[in-house]
Design a protein around this ligand. Structure first.
Ligand code: FAD
Length: 566
């Protein structure tokens, strides 16, 4: 029997962006609220992320004269998601996402800006925008957090310049696409970091938090402004239902089980189940490995899913992930997502037959979905897949942890990375035999791609054929910024796994964010947001920020629903 220790209006489980936003909304509506977080740090995957949120028809873009409307956004969202998700939920998202971000921007320390040129991912669909729907965090000065900065989940080195320097998505894009002035920008960022003597004496950590870290740090500081308690190392276990309503949660804290009672409700924001191999085996397509996930190890193990199922909650989309191809690096505790580099000109991805199977530049969800489809066709020869490039590509561009050889030559790469992270050979045949790929197939593919690079027309997969592909292309490369020949040895290959940045299925909710049973009836007082809920985006990823945007928006919706209850 767990001891009753506390009573709050609302308990929020997890400390990702959705959960923390929900706690702010609840506090601002006059509710007493507690956040419980299992980890020793707060922020979850959200803190490691890019922090981008997809908010069609937002006020930032409108203020700049941007062209978007509710109707256009609806056309696109419906064309993307189809009938997989109830229309009332889709509409709730479109109605509330702009309100949610306006509220946070006006009333908290969160500070976003619009990515005017970041295109939606499905450019072929009606209503797709070429920019203005993704919002990105500005840098956030963590001085505001005081000592609480030490409890912030450190940013993933992949999201920082040289693994340590804070930069915005705008800066990162400028450098990656090698737009005019990118070198000067890098020098300025490096100098600003180095010349922050006070901070450099203390730590390597940049004073400024960036991307997902900026999002989480600004939310945490805003929660501190409101004196909202956040308990770390507190493991949510079970939901308690009394007279048809959720009346509390059982958590384990300091080795003891405690019952925390709620007057109004519980908002589950404890992430997906991607860190639980048994649940992956049970639900996700095969092969699937916990090690391929880019999310923090051991945290999102499906506690909300199992607790919800135990009291009769319906579920949906459990066989889907927020897929992203990943590369594993020795001594790193999680895999690295490969998001932008697939669009750089001169790298292709092949299966074990040495054949391409996808437009490499597509969104990461589609990329892995195609990996699974091709893996079924090739009888298991597409997972892992291999990204192949030549020494010219290697000189100019990054790929996963390999920085361009002009700044990080092979001689400076850790020895342990050879034949674990990258493979290298003087000829394509040699490379193919090193990685166990069909040599003749690879040679043929490269010859074909080299012809496409010359004409600019990828006859097989239309790579570079739309603004989304070209967003991460190299604007200096003509005629197609995403295509270049592969011809100058030595040649390189890197292994790509069918990874994820979270699972996508979970507890089924309605348009109020309330968890429902199989018959559609509400479990009163129980809400689920983020990756512990079945995604409002169905089986799709319409634009950058389509996971965090809904997590935060349904937090907003759930709290408004709670506020309406007596
Ligand atoms: P999380 O942020 O993972 O938070 C869940 C929290 O719940 C964790 O802190 C966890 O410890 C805690 N928890 C779990 N179980 C329990 C329990 N039993 N008791 C208490 N607490 C518990 N998405 C975007 O939309 N935009 C981006 O720019 C973007 N970039 C990304 C970049 C990278 C490198 C990665 C890896 C992901 C990115 N994503 C992005 C995906 C996004 O980060 C996740 O989908 C999102 O963070 C999920 O939010 P969440 O709140 O559901 O889970």
């Amino acid at each position: 029997q767990a001891t009753v220790t506390d009573t709050y209006d609302v308990v929020v489980v997890g400390s990702g962006a959705g959960a923390m936003s929900a706690a702010i909304f609840a506090a601002d509506q006059g509710m007493s609220v507690l956040i419980v977080e299992k980890g020793a740090k707060y922020g979850g995957t959200s803190a490691l992320s890019g922090g981008g949120i997809w908010v069609p028809n937002n006020h930032f873009f409108k203020a700049r004269g941007g062209d978007d409307s509710y109707e256009k956004a609806w056309t696109y969202l419906k064309a993307s998601v189809g009938d997989e998700v109830d229309e009332a939920r889709l509409k709730a998202y479109l109605d509330n996402a702009p309100k949610m971000i306006k509220y946070l921007q006006d009333n908290t320390r969160l500070n976003y800006t619009v990515a005017e040129k970041y295109p939606d991912y499905y450019q072929h669909l009606p209503g797709a925008a070429v920019g203005g729907r993704t919002l990105d965090p500005e840098l956030f000065d963590t001085t505001a957090l005081g000592d609480e900065v030490d409890n912030l989940m450190p940013a993933s080195p992949t999201t920082l310049l040289m693994g340590k320097i804070a930069w915005t998505a705008r800066h990162a894009h400028k450098a990656m696409a090698r737009e005019r002035g990118w070198r000067l920008l890098l020098i300025w960022l490096m100098l600003r970091y180095k010349l922050d003597f006070k901070q450099r004496r203390k730590t390597k950590r940049d004073r400024r938090a960036a991307l997902g870290n900026a999002l989480i740090a600004s939310l945490r500081a805003s929660l501190m402004d409101r004196n909202v308690p956040l308990w770390l190392n507190t493991d949510f276990r079970e939901l308690i239902e009394t007279d048809g309503r959720i009346s509390g949660v059982i958590v384990e804290r300091e080795g003891k089980e405690q019952l925390i009672q709620v007057r109004k409700g519980v908002i589950l924001g404890s992430g997906g189940f991607e860190q639980n191999q048994a649940l992956r085996d049970k639900y996700l397509p095969k092969p699937t490995r916990v090690e391929w996930s880019a999310t923090p190890p051991g945290q999102n193990t499906g506690a909300a899913l199992e607790a919800g199922q135990a009291i009769g909650a319906a579920t949906s989309l459990l066989d889907w992930g927020w897929w992203a191809p990943t590369i594993s690096v020795p001594k790193e505790n999680k895999a690295r997502g490969v998001f932008a580099e697939r669009a750089f000109p001169g790298a292709i991805v092949v299966n074990g037959e040495g054949k391409r199977f996808v437009n490499e530049a597509v969104g990461y969800l589609e990329f892995v979905d195609e990996m699974y489809k091709d893996n079924a066709k090739t009888n298991g020869k597409t997972i892992p897949a291999w990204v192949v490039f030549d020494s010219k590509f290697r000189f100019n561009y990054a790929m996963g942890p390999l920085m361009p050889s002009q700044v990080m030559p092979d001689s400076r790469l850790p020895k342990a990375w050879h034949k674990t992270v990258y493979w290298k050979a003087d000829t394509l045949e040699g490379l193919a035999s090193e990685i166990g790929v069909d040599g003749a197939g690879l040679k043929q593919t490269v010859e074909r791609v080299n012809r496409f690079a010359a004409s600019g027309n990828d006859e097989d997969f239309q790579r570079g054929g739309n603004p989304f592909d070209r967003y991460y292309g190299d604007s200096n490369v003509k005629p197609n910024p995403c295509m270049a020949p592969i011809q100058k040895g030595p040649f390189y290959a890197m292994r790509m796994d069918a990874g994820d940045i979270g699972s996508k299925g979970g507890l089924l909710t309605n348009e109020k964010g309330c968890v429902v049973r199989e018959d559609g009836s509400e479990i009163k007082g129980l809400y689920a947001i983020g990756n512990c809920s079945a995604s409002v985006m169905g089986k799709t990823y319409p634009g950058a920020g389509a996971t965090l945007g809904p997590a935060m928006t349904f937090g907003y919706i759930a709290v408004n629903d709670l506020a309406r209850q007596s």
